[in-house]
Design a binder for this molecule. Structure first.
Ligand SMILES: [Zn+2]
Length: 179
C-alpha cells in the first residue's frame, strides 16, 4: 500500500495525502493516479499524459478540509471551497456493470475525474451526516489527521495506534522515567 488508509472515510483518507499539513504526497499525475487506483473502485487507472488533474486534485483536497473544518465548528463554509467540492461532485462518477463471472466491474471514461467525484460526494455526505460529530483530529504531535471515531465510548485520540498512539505512549513513558 502506497498511501495510508484507515481514517474511516474515503474523503478523510484523501486529506491525509497532505501529511502533517505540509508534506505533499500528490506531487504529480502518477501519484494522483496511484491514489485513485488504491482507494477507488476502478481496477486500473492509467497515468494521464497531460496534466492529470494534479491542480484540481489538490484544490479539491484543500476545499474538502475547509468544508469539514467549518462544518465541525458549526460555521459557514468558504464559498470558494464549496464551489470546488460541488464542481468535483458534479463530474460523472464510475458506473458499475455485472460481468459474466458474477463480479461487479466499475467503469469510467475519465477514471481520475470520476474518482474525484466520489471523494467529493463522500465529503458532502459526511459534512451533512450525524457521523460528523464523530470526526476527530488526531492528538499526535504535529499530525492533525482527521478520522472517524467508531469506538463505542467515542474517546479515540489518535489516527492510528501503530503510529501516533504508539509514539504518545513512548513519550509518556519517557516523561515518567524523568520524574
Ligand atoms: Zn495521527
Amino acid at each position: 500500500m502506497r498511501f495510508r488508509e484507515g481514517a474511516g472515510r474515503m474523503c478523510l483518507d484523501y486529506l491525509r495525502t497532505l501529511r502533517h499539513g505540509t508534506m505533499e504526497e500528490l506531487p504529480d499525475a502518477a501519484a494522483v493516479a496511484a491514489w485513485v487506483e488504491q482507494f477507488g473502485p476502478l481496477d486500473s487507472v492509467p497515468v494521464p499524459s497531460e496534466g492529470g488533474y494534479v491542480e484540481e486534485a489538490r484544490r479539491l483536497r484543500e476545499s474538502i478540509r475547509a468544508l469539514i473544518d467549518s462544518a465541525r465548528q458549526g460555521i459557514g463554509s468558504p464559498a470558494s471551497a464549496r464551489q470546488a467540492v460541488n464542481a468535483a461532485a458534479a463530474l460523472p462518477p464510475p458506473s458499475p456493470a455485472l460481468a459474466a463471472d458474477g463480479r461487479v466491474v466499475w467503469h469510467a471514461g475519465d477514471p481520475i475525474g470520476a474518482t474525484l467525484s466520489l471523494i467529493a460526494r463522500d465529503a458532502l455526505d459526511l459534512t451533512s451526516s450525524p457521523l460528523l460529530a464523530r470526526v476527530r483530529q488526531c492528538a499526535g504531535a504535529d499530525c492533525g489527521a482527521l478520522f472517524v471515531d467508531t469506538s463505542r465510548p467515542g474517546v479515540r485520540r489518535w489516527c492510528s495506534m501503530n503510529t501516533c498512539g504508539n509514539r504518545a505512549k513512548k513519550e509518556a513513558m519517557k516523561t515518567r522515567h524523568v520524574d
